[in-house]
Write a new protein. Structure first.
Length: 277
């Protein structure tokens, strides 16, 4: 990994948004039914992002992912800081379009906003949510697998809680494709569910996470049913393992921004210099 001094010159492209007085509200556009999928009767098993899940997804993710609102807002600020005019901002696993909708309200100039998701119901919901942005921005939504997507001419790629659902052998392939597609000085904002390398810590963090969900109104039976549905579908790595993969793909610097319980957000920077410099 390159020394910190070598990265000192690689400052964000845009900084005026950090102090702009008329910054839009960071309130997220979340509109869905209450998540009661696992309360009674049959539930998605194994877990899939079908129409039933999409109908309650915004509510589900807000009540199931610690710091979800803060992570989306943080991703928007980092996207603003590293976006290069004329390049694309890509949300991989865009789900219902919450991040792109917030970012679109923040951006002062027209931009190319790209959402990718392999769930057709998710893309349709995102299309509805992002309809108002098309008057200002170029909005592109693709229903396809991330491993088949192009990341060419992107300066920011956001991947929140998406990589964890891919088979392990595809994760490095996808991250390498993201790195290769980013322009010099481009940024990856990555949020993942992680596990602790220490079994005792993992047990403790799981207890705290499940208490977090109970506090948000989920019953113990709902928590256990969803855990069963996600078994072998969501397979987490440790933070160290995830960071190492990013470094191996060529990112010049990897850092951790936020962590609560077993959820972590990383940022990874592609050098603005070529290897020959």
């Amino acid at each position: 990994m390159r020394a910190q001094s070598e990265l000192a010159h690689e400052s964000p492209r845009n900084t005026e948004h950090l102090t702009m007085p008329d910054r839009p509200s960071t309130q997220l556009y979340l509109s869905s039914e209450k998540d009661e999928l696992f309360e009674k009767g049959p539930w998605p098993k194994p877990f899939v992002f079908n129409e039933e899940v999409v109908r309650v997804f915004d509510n589900m993710v807000s009540r199931s992912v610690p710091l979800y609102h803060e992570v989306v807002a943080c991703a928007a600020h980092w996207a603003l800081a590293y976006h290069q005019e004329g390049s694309r901002i890509i949300d991989v696993g865009c789900s219902t379009g919450t991040f792109l909708e917030l970012l679109g309200r923040f951006l002062r100039k027209p931009a190319i906003l790209v959402g990718i998701d392999n769930s057709a119901p998710m893309i349709e919901k995102a299309r509805e949510k992002l309809a108002s942005l098309t008057a200002v921005h170029e909005v592109e939504l693709y229903c396809e697998s991330a491993v088949e997507s192009s990341f060419a001419n992107s300066s920011v790629v956001v991947m929140n809680y998406t990589l964890q659902f891919l088979p392990l052998h595809q994760r490095r392939e996808l991250l390498q494709a993201v790195f290769d597609g980013l322009v010099p000085g481009g940024l990856l904002f990555l949020s993942e569910k992680v596990k602790s390398p220490c079994p005792q810590f993992q047990e403790t963090v799981t207890l705290h996470y499940e208490a977090f969900k109970e506090h948000n109104g989920y019953a113990r039976t709902e928590i256990e049913r969803k855990k069963e549905a996600l078994e072998n579908v969501l397979v987490p790595l440790t933070s160290a393992q995830q960071s190492q993969i990013l470094i191996d793909c060529g990112f010049a610097h990897v850092d951790t921004l936020m962590k609560l319980h077993n959820f972590t957000s990383f940022v990874a920077l592609k050098s603005s210099k070529s290897k020959e410099e």
